[in-house]
Write a protein that binds this ligand. Structure first.
Ligand SMILES: Cc1ncc(COP(=O)(O)O)c(C=O)c1O
Length: 277
């Protein structure tokens, strides 16, 4: 349960941070969100998160109640008021009762992280979801409040003992996970589904591609067939909180040797050390 919540710039106990019953985020999932890693009391890649939020606002016709620099100050203040060193910060921008006429409702709170060190040592198992990502929908590229399909897919995965569910798109190619982007490694080359495959262009996905470029690791974005996962040497998932998480099983079949891969660990270490600077 969050401690201090920032609601439209006011800091309140969670029980008093309320939005309208006719808010269109509540009624229709009309809104956007960002989940941001907090390390040593600092929001990681905050600028990139705010840029994606602004792009989402333009696409959906939602106005931020404050300029991005003020939102950034509110994020820092929420971390400070919650005394958070390491954890997650959730920033939600709901469209409000009258999108287009009045600005959205901005809610910021913090919470603990869920993945532990053992997950990185063992790697996670995932399975294919029965739901498909619609690569033609404009919504898949945005981090909107419409997450019900993701939640249902994740629940189904948990029932089968998997930590994550992966979506194929309508053409049968790999799209993304319910909360993550997918990467595979073949003969030293890193491969990830291209954005046209129906996925959220993750901030950590972009960071991995940039780090590969800096480390001289070949990396490509292209359509990925599901059978490529079991043939891959390594596989990993990315998101802002997990950073780079090894994926060692898909539908109960091992990926590579069934253990976290060396290139995966090299990329993860490089990103983590970049975050410390
Ligand atoms: C569906 C989906 N795809 C990809 C990602 C990864 O995005 P990011 O790296 O920006 O956290 C997320 C993050 O939660 C997600 O929910």
């Amino acid at each position: 349960m969050p401690g201090v919540v920032c609601l439209n710039g006011r800091f309140l106990p969670a029980s008093r941070a309320q939005i309208s019953a006719v808010d269109q985020g509540f009624l229709y999932g009309y809104g956007l969100f960002e989940t941001i890693l907090v390390r040593a009391g600092r929001p990681v890649f905050l600028e990139a998160h705010l840029k994606r939020l602004e792009a989402g606002c333009r696409a959906l016709g939602i106005a931020l109640p404050f300029p991005p620099a003020a939102v950034s100050r509110l994020v820092h203040e929420t971390i400070r008021q919650n005394g958070l060193a390491d954890g997650a910060l959730r920033l939600t921008l709901s469209a409000g009762p009258a999108p287009g006429e009045s600005p959205g409702e901005l809610v910021i709170f913090t919470r603990p992280l869920s993945a532990g060190p053992g997950d990185y040592e063992r790697g996670l198992a995932a399975g294919w979801s029965v739901y498909r990502r619609n690569e033609r929908s404009p919504l898949v590229k945005l981090k909107t409040l419409n997450y019900l399909e993701n939640l249902l897919a994740k629940r189904e995965a948990r029932e089968k003992g998997w930590a994550e569910a992966l979506f194929l798109n309508t053409a049968g190619y790999v799209a993304e996970g319910t909360i993550s982007n997918v990467f595979i490694v073949f003969n030293g080359q890193v491969v990830t589904p291209s954005v046209d495959q129906g996925l959220l262009p993750g901030i950590m996905r972009r960071t991995v591609l940039k780090i590969c470029c800096e480390l001289g690791i070949p990396a490509v974005e292209r359509p990925v067939a599901p059978a490529e996962l079991v043939r891959a040497d390594e596989c990993f998932l990315t998101n802002s909180l997990l950073i780079v998480m090894p994926l060692v099983k898909i539908n109960d079949r091992p990926i590579g040797n069934g253990r976290p891969g060396r290139l995966t660990e090299r990329i993860r270490t490089a990103i983590m050390s970049g975050m410390m600077q």
